[in-house]
Design a protein around this ligand. Structure first.
Ligand SMILES: C[S@@+](CC[C@H](N)C(=O)[O-])C[C@H]1O[C@@H](n2cnc3c(N)ncnc32)[C@H](O)[C@@H]1O
Length: 361
């Protein structure tokens, strides 16, 4: 056997043992922390292999195409090397296990986040914001189905659009979200969409009989399209003020083959609801301002049901019920709340509630 085939046999055996050759960057310990942060920020560190401390060098396993130029600015004298390494065997139970943050910061890491299609959207407390790129990278390494991770820096204006910063992955946030077997194309940096309402949308859709339905604040159309997919409604009209929402809504109607069942309108629900009515059922999913439109909804129906969504302090629900009754009394309309429930938590003291309201003729 010649030396070439000997070395091949050697490699073959190493692979059987799970040992692989890995490209590494070697640096002095004094610069190791700076280098580690830079590699994580650039997405170049291989998390499935351990960082090794060797005599007077620290060895970082990196992607095969990682360039030395990634570490410009760290001041480190970096040597490229290779090591035989065994991948970590135990799959981490959480993305948190992939992060190397100070112990004091670990309890602040969020345990849940929203996933829209292939995009994860995270909220971070101020203390974790400087570590956002490492956290984004950890999330993406842990969940291989994610294309990007974006930091939610707050919600802007009446259109409820999130101010998003991409902290890992590709900057294009347009994606396809699947909910109740329906497909919704959208870009969460341009339109509002919450993946937490899937069950609620189906609950409302299943109540719809042969009725005229108005989705007053329709977004990219998830309520309207879920109702349309069940095929019972006589007609469904969705309104939104955001041109991007209506563009995606129209696209989603086509994606789900509902072009003959759902109609869209770009505009202010205050101006066009009554003109398009009367309706038998109205969905009011504008949780911070829906009460400002209850008069419009009541003027857009003779009788029927309203599903009104509201973000409220948990101890102020009865006050809100009194407000609703005073609005309907002021318009000489009779209505009763047939069901009320907490849909999901919104903050430690607030939740999003739904009120099912029966409006009498
Ligand atoms: C909380 S989102 C709900 C979207 C959708 N129903 C859903 O479940 O994803 C509220 C929507 O109302 C729209 N909006 C805000 N003010 C409006 C108004 N005056 N008339 C019509 N739409 C409005 C926003 O653009 C946004 O898409």
């Amino acid at each position: 056997m010649n030396s070439f085939s000997n070395s091949n046999t050697f490699f073959y055996n190493l692979h059987l043992l799970g040992i692989v050759k890995v490209r590494c960057f070697s640096v002095k310990p004094l610069k190791a922390e700076k280098v580690r942060r830079a590699l994580i920020e650039k997405g170049a560190l291989l998390h499935e292999f351990p960082v090794m401390n060797e005599k007077d060098r620290v060895i970082f396993p990196v992607h095969g195409d990682a360039e030395l130029s990634l570490l410009e600015g760290t001041g480190a004298n970096v040597q490229i090397t290779e090591r035989e390494m065994t991948p970590r065997k135990v799959r981490p139970r959480s993305y948190k296990e992939l992060l190397e943050l100070d112990d004091a910061l670990m309890p602040l890491l969020p345990s849940s986040f929203d996933i829209i299609g292939e995009i994860a959207i995270v909220k971070l407390p101020a203390e974790l914001v400087p570590h956002r790129f490492e956290i984004g990278e950890g999330l993406r390494q842990f969940n291989r189905n994610l294309r990007s991770v974006a930091l939610n820096r707050g919600v802007k204006g009446d259109l409820r659009i999130m101010d998003l910063e991409v902290i890992s992955g590709d900057g294009n946030l347009e994606t396809t979200h699947v909910e109740n077997n329906l497909r919704f194309r959208l870009d969460p940096s341009l339109v509002y969409f919450s993946p937490r309402l899937a069950t609620e949308r189906m609950r409302v859709a299943e109540m719809v009989e042969e009725e005229k339905v108005l989705d007053m604040f329709a977004g990219v159309g998830p309520f309207s399209i879920t109702i349309g997919s069940l095929g019972k409604a006589e007609s469904i009209v969705g309104i939104d003020l955001n041109p991007h929402s209506i563009r995606y809504f129209n696209n989603n109607i086509l994606l789900n083959s509902l072009e003959d069942r759902v109609e869209t309108h770009l505009g202010d629900a205050r101006d066009i609801s009554a003109v398009l009515g009367p309706f038998d059922r109205i969905i009011m999913n504008l949780p911070h301002n829906s009460m400002d439109f209850l008069d419009v909804a009541l003027s857009s129906m003779d009788s029927g049901y309203i599903h009104l969504y509201r973000v409220l302090e948990n101890d102020l629900i009865m006050d809100e019920v009194r407000n609703m009754m005073s609005i309907s009394n002021g318009l000489n309309r009779r209505m009763e709340i047939t069901m009320m429930r907490d849909v999901h938590n919104y903050s430690p003291t607030r939740s999003m509630f739904v009120f099912d309201i029966r409006v009498h003729p």
